[in-house]
Ligand binder design. Structure first.
Ligand code: HEC
Length: 148
C-alpha cells in the first residue's frame, strides 16, 4: 500500500515537472513577442519624452516643427524633422541612444545652416540600459511584422 502511494506521488511530481517544462518552452516560444511588446512599450514611454512623439508611430520619421533662423543677415526657413529609423544599423542606433557614447561628427557644408543647427540638438538624452536599447532596436526594426 505504502509503495503504491509513493509511486502515485512520484508520478504526480513527474507530471508537475512536465507541465512546468512545457510552460518554460511556451515562454521561450513567446519570447519574440515579449521582446517586441517590451520594445514597443519603451518606444512609447522611454522614461522621458516618447520616441513616438518625434519619430511617429511607424518610426518612419516626421515633421516636428519649423523655425526661422537669421545668420549674417540671411533668413533661413528651417524645419526640424526626424528620419526613418526602421532600417538603421545597430551601431548607428546605439551611438545615438547611448549617452555615454560620443555623437557621430557630421561635416556640414556652408549651405546646411539648418541641418547643422538641428543635428544633435533636438533629440533628448536618454538613460536606457543596454537591454532596453536592444528591445527598442528590435521593435523599430520589426514594426508591423507582428500582425498588428
Ligand atoms: C524631441 C524629438 C525627438 C525625440 C523625443 C526622439 N528623437 Fe530621435 N531624433 C530626432 C531628430 C530631430 C533626429 C534627426 C537629427 C539628429 O540626428 O539629431 C533624430 C534621430 C534619431 C536617430 C538617428 C537616425 C539616423 O539615421 O542617424 C535614432 C536612432 C533615433 N533618433 C531614435 C530615437 C529613439 C529610440 C527615441 C526614444 C528613446 C528618440 N529617437 C526620441 C528627434 C527626436
Amino acid at each position: 500500500m505504502n509503495k503504491l502511494i509513493v509511486i502515485y506521488f512520484l508520478s504526480v511530481i513527474l507530471n508537475g515537472d512536465e507541465i512546468s517544462q512545457s510552460l518554460v518552452q511556451n515562454d521561450s516560444e513567446n519570447f519574440f513577442i515579449t521582446k517586441y511588446e517590451y520594445g514597443k512599450m519603451l518606444y512609447k514611454n522611454p522614461r522621458g519624452i516618447s520616441c513616438e512623439k518625434c519619430h511617429g508611430t511607424d518610426a518612419k520619421g516626421k515633421l516636428i516643427s519649423r523655425f526661422v533662423h537669421i545668420r549674417k543677415k540671411i533668413k533661413y526657413n528651417c524645419i526640424i524633422e526626424s528620419v526613418d529609423i526602421t532600417t538603421i544599423n545597430y551601431n548607428d542606433f546605439i551611438i545615438k541612444l547611448d549617452s555615454t557614447k560620443k555623437i557621430k561628427k557630421i561635416e556640414f557644408d556652408k549651405t546646411q545652416v539648418c541641418d547643422k543647427l538641428v543635428y544633435g540638438n533636438t533629440m533628448p538624452k536618454y538613460f536606457l540600459i543596454k537591454s532596453e536599447m536592444d528591445s527598442i532596436y528590435y521593435y523599430i526594426t520589426h514594426i508591423g511584422e507582428n500582425n498588428e
